[in-house]
Write a protein that binds this ligand. Structure first.
Ligand SMILES: NC(=O)c1ccc[n+]([C@@H]2O[C@H](COP(=O)([O-])OP(=O)(O)OC[C@H]3O[C@@H](n4cnc5c(N)ncnc54)[C@H](O)[C@@H]3O)[C@@H](O)[C@H]2O)c1
Length: 440
């Protein structure tokens, strides 16, 4: 099938590469000329496990092409995915500018039947707005071309995006046009040979499903963060509590890890956008307001622990920070807790030596040049001479350090484990002081 994708970010590039990999002929279009240039030169602008191999194989085979030319991408395809960014607007609502610009561009240029697929996370009612925008652009040039707009929210996780796309738990299709549904069934058939995973529903339900999923996951995280904070007060160990409740199949183990708060490009903005929609309809979501407030406070919980241990005197202290990305296996630092934590430490007069396996280039862009923030070549190098180690991201390579070596490297034997990666008894056994999130 001939498919085009608007937007070559985390979602667009993964979608394009995966659908090309199963035999489709794919054109990816982006307005970012530099990004397109890099992709055409064989460079992958983001870090995502497994992505480079399939992009490069399909690019070489010419079944995956990159362009800034929207006209050729539109002419090429029968199915066009919109996977552009939907960043938060100032009032917390989702900014629909890029989605509507893509719709406009499609309406101005299409000459035969197209299925336009909203893959970006968009507020309920967006498919209608996309349809109206395309219809208006067609009317403007007096063209009568049939088309359908479908909602197909994406559930992939950064850090496991290729795997998630190739083996989805479910594919949600919101549509009322049988021809469009049949085409999307064909697009997704190769990704569900084992059993049917397509859930077809009306458009509004599909749009709401995406927000509900992210809101539920964010709720679990904030709930566990509150349990961890309470465990700190009560002298309980939240790790035992996590296992004690996770073993109940009605609850399950996933997304029950307390930490330094959720970040990334999705949860913060989607929680805000859903709240905005709910409030506009006179149904503000009380649970979600608390989820967000807890998360904001949680990002600084680690700094509170550090400040308390240092008696409020952080001036001239040096902190080794392990992990900059908002979670493991990605270089994405959008709304990463590391930003709040490092910002707060530096504001208190401390200096930070950071290490991250893949996000240091992105961190340099995010933080700019600052004398109070430097980067180390290895986790141990970061720890050398530091007054404490602060663990912010749960990278695998941080999980089993040589604590004796770490103790020798640090100026003061202190570990603030913002992800509960370590066993407190083991750390203390090695002669280091340990502070976790809700650990005894
Ligand atoms: N990142 C994730 O893990 C994830 C998961 C599920 C859903 N989503 C949703 O998918 C959407 C895209 O997210 P992302 O993380 O891939 O964003 P991103 O910021 O990484 O990429 C968006 C891309 O769209 C391009 N773009 C903007 N306007 C365009 C236009 N008119 N034509 C062509 N390209 C255009 C940008 O230049 C950019 O390269 C968002 O709505 C997001 O909420 C993201």
């Amino acid at each position: 099938m001939r498919i085009s994708i608007f937007g070559t970010g985390y979602v667009g590039l993964v979608t394009g590469a995966c659908v090309a990999d199963v035999g489709n002929d794919v054109v990816c279009v982006d307005i970012d000329a530099r990004k397109v240039e890099r992709l055409n030169a064989g460079e992958i602008p983001i870090y995502e496990p497994g992505l480079e191999d399939i992009v490069s194989a399909n690019h070489t085979r010419k079944t995956l092409r990159f362009t800034t030319d929207a006209a050729s991408a539109i002419a090429h395809a029968q199915v066009i995915f919109i996977a552009v960014g939907t960043p938060p607007d100032e009032d917390g609502s989702a900014d629909m500018r890029h989605v509507l610009a893509a719709a406009q561009s499609i309406g101005e240029r299409m000459n035969d039947y197209k299925v336009i697929v909203d893959k970006s996370t968009v507020p309920v009612g967006t498919a209608d707005r996309v349809r109206e925008r395309i219809a208006a652009a067609l009317a403007q040039r007096g063209a009568k071309v049939p088309f359908a707009v479908v909602s197909n929210p994406e559930f992939l996780k950064e850090g496991a995006a290729v795997d998630d796309f190739m083996k989805p738990d479910r594919v949600v299709i919101g549509a009322d046009d049988e021809r469009a549904i049949a085409l999307l069934r064909a697009v997704y058939a190769p990704f569900q040979r084992n059993h049917q995973r397509l859930l077809v529903m009306d458009v509004r339900s599909a749009e709401l499903t995406k927000y509900a999923a992210n809101a539920m996951l964010a709720t679990r995280i904030s709930f566990m963060n509150e349990m961890a904070n309470l465990a700190d007060e009560l002298g309980a160990d939240v790790e035992h509590v996590r296992q004690g409740i996770g073993s109940d199949p009605r609850i399950g183990y996933q997304f029950l890890y307390p930490g330094a708060g959720y970040g990334g490009s999705c949860f913060p903005k989607d929680v805000k956008a859903l709240q905005f929609t709910a409030s506009r309809h006179g149904r503000p979501l009380q649970n979600l307001a608390a989820v967000e407030a807890v998360n904001e406070a949680q990002k600084l919980r680690l700094v509170e622990k550090i400040t308390a241990r240092f008696g409020g005197k952080l001036k001239e202290a040096v902190f080794a920070v392990w992990g900059l990305a908002f979670k493991a296996n990605t270089d994405d630092m959008r709304e990463a807790p590391s930003r709040s934590i490092i910002g707060a430490l530096i504001a208190e007069g401390a200096t930070v030596v950071a290490y991250d396996p893949v996000a240091m280039t992105e961190a340099r862009r995010v933080f700019g040049e600052q004398s109070a923030l430097t980067y180390a070549a290895s986790p141990l190098d970061a720890a050398r001479g530091a007054d404490a180690l602060v663990v912010v991201t749960e990278w695998k390579e941080f999980r089993s350090p040589d604590f004796a070596e770490l103790k020798r490297a640090l100026r003061q034997p202190l570990i603030f484990d913002g992800r509960n990666l370590f066993d407190p008894a083991q750390v203390r056994g090695a002669g280091l002081e340990y502070f976790g999130m809700g650990r005894r």
